[in-house]
Design a protein around this ligand. Structure first.
Ligand code: NDP
Length: 378
């Protein structure tokens, strides 16, 4: 695939016309870290529809999805979402050059004619959907609905650590888990994989909502997790996490960020016949589409979800659900208020300059995250 070649031009009028090309980290094929390339001649994503907002990126952050997408994970379904006509031609590589990076904190530089909530100069944050060009670039363009005013108390670097995990946690806990600000008081929630991006955010959100929060994590993350407000912490590396959790009062909701074997024992920790819900973030949706094709993958995914949901509701009266990231600017508005009220803190474990994006990917790929890895772009 050829990169869009453009020539840097400088104008003195509207900010959106300041330049027609930008720097970005792109991939033009899937693979390991070596496929990441710094490119200076990428076409600026200008506002193309009345509801779009163009943002100058100040900071971005990385998520496990970036590592997976770099390797081609989800390519079939995401390509279909980007360009429905691509289904006619399996071999086209229309997604390249692809820009990764799902979080942005930055400043609005241009708005479509129907944008009502933002004006140029606003400081904003957002989680960029994986079917759109990402935030490891000087500019990103999103629809107004996906964007929110960033918390006033946070720097761009701190703010970039939150949107994607916040949109994921809120979608999973509210839409799939049935929790909300007014219904969580004294609900018993278990979070597995609590020391990573989604976990460190979810603990704080649930505590702000009044829930009782139990977390599984490695022993060396216990101080961090307790500092974020967790009520009970179980060290899964000690080997008997399942037994320790089994001795506790049962749970109303489980948010599973680990998946695999965890699913097999975690469901038994829910209160039976009480509407309790198990929500896992580790789903086979994109993997199935990659490995079985769009139609076969969708069929297999639907079958798996339906059979697990049916089996659990019949055997113990608990709901089995999948949680997904969903873009949602208004949800980020609520998070912004909680951050400015001091109820949610950013958990930034590592920061990298824009020149060191491959090093940031390497850090994330090593695993054992304790919060988020952020890239300073501007
Ligand atoms: P991170 O990589 O930030 O965090 C994962 C954390 O889990 C690490 O702190 C790790 O630390 C810990 N961990 C690993 N194994 C276990 C275990 N067996 N028990 C308890 N903790 C464990 O990931 P995120 O928080 O960003 O995401 C969590 C999961 O959710 C990922 O699988 C991600 O792909 C998925 N996800 C799914 C989304 C969706 O739309 N469905 C959206 C966002 C995320 P350590 O190894 O040191 O214990």
């Amino acid at each position: 695939a050829g990169w869009s070649v453009c020539f840097r031009r400088h104008f003195s009028t509207s900010p959106s016309r300041l330049q027609s090309c930008m720097s970005a980290w792109v991939i033009d094929q899937y693979g390991t870290n070596g496929v990441l390339k710094f490119a200076e001649e990428i076409t600026v994503p200008t506002v193309n529809s009345p509801s779009e907002v163009m943002i100058k990126v100040h900071a971005a952050s990385l998520n496990p999805l970036d590592i997976s997408m770099r390797g081609g994970y989800g390519a079939k379904l995401l390509k279909l979402r980007r360009d429905p006509m691509s289904v006619m031609d399996n071999n086209n590589d229309s997604e390249f050059p692809l820009i990764l990076g799902r979080d942005v904190s930055g400043v609005v530089v241009d708005c479509g004619s129907e944008v009502t909530h933002f004006v140029p100069g606003d400081k904003v944050w957002a989680a960029v959907p994986p079917w759109k060009q990402g935030s490891l670039a000087e500019f990103v363009t999103l629809t107004e609905y996906e964007v929110s005013h960033k918390p006033k108390l946070l720097s761009h670097t701190e703010a970039a650590s939150i949107p994607y995990v916040a949109n994921t946690a809120l979608s999973a806990l509210v839409n799939a888990g049935g929790l909300c600000r007014d219904s969580s008081s004294n609900k018993r929630v278990l979070i597995t994989g609590g020391s990573g991006g989604v976990g460190t955010f979810s603990i704080q959100l649930l505590k702000a909502w009044g829930a009782h929060v139990t977390v599984t994590c490695s022993q060396n993350a216990e101080g961090l997790i307790r500092g974020l407000g967790a009520d009970e912490v179980v060290d899964y590396t000690a080997g008997d996490a399942h037994e320790q959790l089994g001795m506790m009062e049962k749970f109303d909701v489980i948010l599973d960020g680990v998946g695999g074997e965890t699913e097999q024992w975690a469901i038994g920790l829910l209160k039976p016949w009480s509407g309790a819900k198990y929500v896992t973030l580790v789903t086979p949706l994109l993997f199935n589409a990659d490995s079985m094709g769009l139609l076969g993958g969708m069929f297999q995914t639907g079958f798996t979800l339906h059979s697990k949901a049916t089996q659990n509701i019949i055997s113990s009266g608990v709901f089995y659900r999948w949680g997904f990231y969903a873009p949602d600017g208004p949800a980020l508005d609520e998070v912004s208020k909680l951050v400015d009220a001091g109820k949610i803190l950013p958990v930034v474990e590592a920061q990298f300059p824009f020149t060191q994006v491959p090093q940031a990917f390497q850090k994330l790929e090593q695993g054992h995250a304790r919060g988020k890895t952020v890239v300073r772009v501007a």
